[in-house]
Design a protein around this ligand. Sequence first.
Ligand code: FNR
Length: 360
Amino acid sequence: MSSPTFLTLHELVKRARQKLSHDSWDYIVGGAETETTVRRNRLALDSIAFRPRVLRDVSQVDASAKLLGRTLRLPLLLAPIGGLELFAPEAGAAAAMAARQFGIAHMLSSVCEPGLEAVARAAPDALRMFQLYVRGDAAWTDALAERAVAAGCSAFCLTVDTAYYSRRERDIAKRHSRSGPMPEREFQARVTWDDVARIKANCALPLVLKGIATAEDAILALEQGVDIIYVSNHGGRQLDHGRGAMEMLPEIVAAVGGRAPLIVDGGFCRGTDIVKALAAGADLVGLGRMQCIGLAAGGTAGLVRLLEILEQEIHICLGLLGVAAWNALDPSYLHPAAPLGAGDTLGAFPLLALEPNSFY
Ligand code: FNR
């Protein structure tokens, strides 16, 4: 498949917008209610400036990372996204193939085509994880965990910030909201730490909890033997008026104290964003909307290109910070700063001239 040569992330965002309907675009960029949490994700990132160090040898920058015994080319994960078929026909398989080709981790959503086994066949040797929304009883959940094992997944993830499906007004306004009555969604509201303990005991795979937003819950997760803590506010698509991901991270880093790897997502669009997360103590950063944009702009090739540009940005950022590898980075490289802009979802792309958001 030939792909146009995108030179900047701006060009990928622009192409994705040109190729998508207004509905699909709103599904990507939107959030819950006032979309305050969405904006806080960006504001929290934009409220951090760097304190660079100079005159160190940065001729060789190594931005690779390790997770679950595997080496990744960058400390990145393609976050679980439901409905990727809206953006690329091969949906989750297209994303997994990009993760495999580039060399980062992939997490498949349980509400994404073409499903667990087909994605495993498309990218058998990728570092693949499976994320579940609990939409059935204990036997149903345990059976899915078994399928994840059989499909060669490296970890099993429960998303735990979705007890209720939020009101996403961009979707509701168009009368095709996904928030209508769905009886199977009620299972998700009954999930407790007891279920986490049961799944941890029954499932052979490392367990990830996605949607941890406080130090208290991170500690409870560790007590249940959770293997990887995934700090997230669901990209601002669930609880409105939450904290930005980078606001939540420091207390969780302190509480976990290196006892488990930490993934963080929410608003990460640029190489500098990813460097900020790692300086603050995260091990891996999840890409949500940027993954949709890469796929919409050019399928697997578009997403690989997006990752290549992010890699260039990360290498330049690390080099300019005077840091040759992640283990040399720490919070002393970060400094509070007044954000420029209002924290718009695409605020990291100030040169874009998309049409104004004139939905209402
Ligand atoms: C999501 N997210 C998500 N999370 C999850 O656990 N299961 C899912 O099926 C989905 N589906 C989904 C669809 C779309 C279109 C988006 C944008 C997001 C949340 C996702 O995994 C991640 O937490 C956020 O997207 C991270 O924020 P950014 O990177 O999108 O700002």
